[in-house]
Design a protein around this ligand. Structure first.
Ligand code: KG4
Ligand code: ZN
Length: 350
């Protein structure tokens, strides 16, 4: 079946068309996956401005929809779909509404059913997505699996008993991992979004230069907290103003970026590995925007191997927000008989 998918939860407008072959491990072909990023627009404000995001989504949706049809036509792929999936949450509500309204209008025009998708389930399933236009059997995954979802808004550990059954082990009590990267970046006077910038700068620095705290590392639970780490970076920079200006600044800033990243990753990797051990997991899944971080991918892959687990991480283009993952999440919601109301829900949980 063909699924048309729409994503507008934050600052990327996404439209995708997928062909999904139903099976216990669904096979998908991503026909097209178009993303219009608003990063440049929000950059001057140092973060996402919800009403600007809304305005851009309204402008971009019809443009992307027309581009999708044109691209398919150019490849002789018929533009037909049996279902429309749209993100209903979590995310910025004014932004989510634009996608929902657009999808509802398409459902009416094309007389096809509409299904609500959970953005976090999109991230969770994104490791099953093959490269664009490739027909590849999805990786066989064994359960139980531990999934670490790390994005700009969430840091969640799940224990999965199957693709459709999971339990939340823990989440962040304050800032999300991506949010901490973004805030540390702002303190280091790096542009938004900060994650990729911090990672780039960290490569030039010494991760042992500054001993930042590893919040909740030794607590016997699966909760996270990143606001203390963020505050430590703030205090360190306040006490060492010469690191932002002057001759030592380049090395000093790189050391802070590397030390901050090492502290954040230590906690993420250690807690995920401990969950794998405790629940005798056979697989570890890493997903969400922060899964683009190479150091995190490498460290968690190594930790998975040490725990005897297979490691799954999405192809790079599917880590950050996109509509292909929403198509799969929408399809999986129908498999789980989960019906999300067509109402923007900023706090929708997984
Ligand atoms: O999943 P995503 O695109 O949007 C949300 O659902 O939130 O994640 C965006 C987050 C941002 O906080 C961004 O800074 C972070 O992912 N991120 C990274 C990297 N690339 C993106 N964080 C660390 N290292 C990266 N390379
Ligand atoms: Zn996301």
């Amino acid at each position: 079946m063909n699924v048309l998918a729409i994503e507008t939860s934050c600052d990327e407008t996404g439209i995708a068309l997928l062909t999904i072959t139903p099976s216990a491990l669904p096979k998908a072909i991503v026909r097209e996956n178009l993303v219009a990023s608003q990063i440049k627009l929000h950059r001057e404000f140092g973060g996402v401005v919800p009403n600007l995001a809304k305005r851009e989504h309204i402008k971009n949706l019809p443009i992307l929809f027309a581009r999708l049809q044109k691209k398919l036509r150019a490849q002789n792929i018929p533009f037909t779909f049996d279902m429309i999936a749209v993100t209903v949450g979590p995310g910025l509500e004014p932004a989510l509404w634009t996608g929902i309204t657009f999808a509802q209008a398409l459902a009416k025009e094309y007389k096809q059913p509409l299904i609500g998708a959970n953005h976090l389930e999109g991230h969770l399933y994104s490791f099953l997505l093959p490269p664009l236009q490739k027909k590849i059997t999805p990786p066989k995954i064994q359960f139980p699996a531990i999934a670490l979802i790390v994005s700009g808004g969430h840091t969640i550990l799940l224990k999965m008993d199957s693709l459709v059954k999971w339990k939340r082990l823990g989440e962040t009590r304050d800032d999300a991992a991506g949010e901490a990267f973004d805030k540390a970046a702002r303190m280091l006077e790096l542009p938004y979004p900060g994650g990729p910038e911090v990672e780039k700068l960290a490569k030039l620095g010494d991760p042992h230069a500054v001993e930042f705290p590893r919040p909740m590392l030794h607590e016997k639970n699966y909760e996270f907290s990143f606001s203390g780490l963020k505050t430590s970076v703030l205090y360190y920079l306040r006490d060492h103003p010469e690191l932002l200006k002057g001759a030592r600044a380049a090395k000093g800033r790189a050391d802070i970026a590397a030390s901050f990243q090492a502290a954040a990753l230590d906690v993420l990797v250690a807690k995920t590995a401990r969950a794998a051990r405790e629940f005798d997991a056979k697989s570890i899944i890493l997903c969400g925007g922060v899964a683009s971080n190479n150091a995190l991918r490498m460290r968690l892959r190594k930790a998975a191997r040490a725990e005897g687990c297979a490691f799954f991480v999405p192809e790079r283009r599917y880590n950050t927000d996109n509509a292909a993952m929403i198509g799969l999440a929408g399809y999986m919601a129908t498999v789980r008989k989960k019906r999300y109301p067509f109402r923007a829900n900023g706090n929708l949980e997984i």
